[in-house]
Structure formats: structure tokens, C-alpha cells
Design a protein around this ligand. Sequence first.
Ligand code: P6P
Length: 313
Amino acid sequence: MSTMPTSSARMSLNEHLITNAKVEDNLRHLMLDIARAAKYIQRAIRTTEAGLAGTVNQFGEEQIKLDVLSNECIARHLEESRQVASYASEEEDMVIELNSKAPYSVAFDPLDGSSLVDVNFAIGSIFGIYKGKEMIGKTPREQVAALYVIYGPRTLLVYAASNGTHEFILNDVGEFTLLRENLGIADEAKTFSPGNSSAVSDNAGYKKVLDTWLAEKPNMRYSGCMVSDMHHVLSKGQGVFANVGGKKYPEGKLRLLFECGPFAHLFAQAGGSTSNGTASILDVKITSVDQRTPIVAGSTKEVTKVCEMLKAS
Ligand code: P6P
């Protein structure tokens, strides 16, 4: 059960990292630098026009100016932290090496859902942090921390190290202060979030899943931004999100390293589950930066049920 501290006594992110997460100072400094970058991105979203940058990313997807700006902003803060040996960004073609002696490597999606900025939907940044220089060859279970920032009516930062998943709000003096500690995800789901819904036309198992959800579950909540839709599960304490394969995206749309891996850590720390249909996302080996994976995530009993339906078809 998450607990709401009184507004005047809200703990800072820095204090929480020291007293609750007890992370080592290098990791704490890195996470605080990531949080600093998010403040600039939050402001850019409000002040930069949402036009195209005239470039494409490694996946051939057109970049909007905010994609490029967010990527550059985070890269600058990672470099300034002096804690990063290498980083992988969804907006870069390859892993970028910084200082091979630095303690951590970082995978990030600088602005997930950026194509929705013109409709003013909430969008977000996703980060996974690993010890050492290499991420390829590891599994998401080896992350030492994961976090995301959601830029909506409020700017929220949610992180997990090894002691629960915790939510912070950006206040009016630019400080992330504790909003809710120990977010939890119940085993049963009332809400469903069906990503890559076009896959139902050529994935019989997924069609069965969606038909079952529509027949049995009271609420569908889907925005098209993974950060927002996954935050809905964490914030409401229940729900199930899916983005699985079809003809156009055989492995689903989402990337293991930048998107599914960090959320696998955050959800596990909140008592939830994530699966690629047959195994926990936490245990899927990272073989390349652009690797996609199917994902079913959220309330454990629902994740299990959905994976059984996907396998049965
Ligand atoms: P679909 C946004 O472009 C994104 O990468 C994720 O944030 C989101 O969950 C997914 O794609 C949406 O995919 O096919 O449901 O629109």
C-alpha cells in the first residue's frame, strides 16, 4: 500500500535515494543528473514547436525536433555526471562510449510517444541503468535501477533501485519531491491496455485476448504512449498492458533495452509481472540495441492468463 507523506514534509529525491534506496553515491549522482535533464525536457515540451527535425532515427522513424533535443539534453547530462561508461539511446544508431572507467551504462528512450506531443498527450523518458560498461549480453534483471519521467499535467518521476518503486512530483521550485512510496500492483486487473491492436488481424491468440478483455473487463485505458499506459497500471495499482507481435511487427513494437527492460524492473519492484509470452522480460538476453520484444505487463494473475491464451492459439 503506497503512503502519501504530508505536503510540507515531502522528501526530496536526493534524500530518498540516500535514506530509502540506500544506493551508492555514484548511482545517486547519476540519477539526480538524469532528473536534472528531465527538467529541461519538460520545459522544451512546453516551449518548442512540435515540428519535424528532418532526420530519421536508427529505425527509420522520422524524428521531431523534440526527439533530437531530448536526446542531446540527456546525453549532455550523462556526460556531465562522469558516471557513465557508455549509453544506448533509441535515437542513436549505436552504443556511445564515454569514459570506460566510469561505473555505469545507461539505456534510454529520450522521448517515448513523442509523435503524440501535437495532440498534447502525456509522453515520457525511460531509463535503465546497468553496472559496468556493457549492456549487450546482459538481461534486464541485471539493472541496478530504472526510472521514467512522465510529462503530463504534472511532471512525475518514478524510480526503482532494489527497495520498491517510488513516485515523485516536480514542484514549482524545480525539485522532485516524494509523492507516493512503495507503489504496488495487485494480482487482479480491472483495466486493460491493448497496444499494437492491429496485430489482432493476424495473431489469433491476441484476438482471443482482446475479445476476452472486452467481454470481462470494465475499463480500457490506452493512450498510445507506453510511459503513460504503464504509469496508469502503477498509479492505479492494477491493470494489464500488452504490445505483442503481428505481421508488421513480428516481435511487437517495443524495444527490450530502452523500453521493456526498465519497466520490467520497475514493475517487479512493485509486485507486478512482465512477460514476453513465455518468460519474464527480466530474463530475456539483450542481444542488440534495436531488439524488439513482445510484452505483457501488470497484474500477475492477468499476465499469466494472457500468456496462456497467447500460447494456446
Ligand atoms: P501502437 C510510441 O510510438 C510507442 O513506441 C510506445 O510508446 C507505444 O506503447 C507504442 O509505440 C504504440 O504502439 O501500435 O499501439 O500505436
